[in-house]
Design a protein. Sequence first.
Length: 261
Amino acid sequence: MFGFSRTRLPVTAEQQQWVDGSFVRLASIIGADRLFAPTVLPTAEFFPDPYNPNSPESLSLMASRVARSMEIDPTQIELTLFQTHHDVTRTLVPFGNWNSSGAGGLYFHDPDRRTRISINQTQMKNPMALVGTLAHEFGHVILLRPGLVKRDEPDMEPLNDLLTVFLGFGIFSANSAFQFEQYTTNESQGWSTQRLGYLSEEVWGYALARYALERDELKPAWRKHLVTNIATYMERSLAWLRSQSAPKLLGSAGPLRATLQ
């Protein structure tokens, strides 16, 4: 009615421009061909190792697979765990509602020694969030270690989140952006929420839509692995891009990389 399209973009024009511009920027600094690597899925094909949330070996194996998929040498990274006070507080207050935006991982940059990455121990309970956190922290290795991006740039952390989409780990990062958990034990019950990453669910959805469009995946099979909110925002964004006949930003990987070099 009245000539208006029903398809609406779930992000602002400013957010759309930032995502699009950042895709082009990432292509210019790491190579457009990296966008066309296989999309990593939460399946045994990509993560065949048995997983034990209490096992440091499981963390090491998963970290190695994530690192290699991102073309990083895992032997050059010192990986540790750190504890959170969240679970301790929960046991002291039997009935409670908790909100947390605590770090899922920490990156320590020291040019004179091996890269150190520490993972929040609570992430071990959720393999999806763990992979997303590892991908984000390894993104620091790609962008910061060689000095491709300055650490004090205002959008460095959001750009690092977007890098995980660019390199095929967007399912894990986006699904972990907002976590809701209900719990009941002999001593307590309640619910908790946790925000991971620096992008909103709407921006994650648009970023994944842009990722799909650049790869000519108008009906991506990996959509089924996304949580409902992210999948909805992705589909709305992709529908809008198609309705606007939005051009691809990167073209084919080969010609663009040759141009950028």
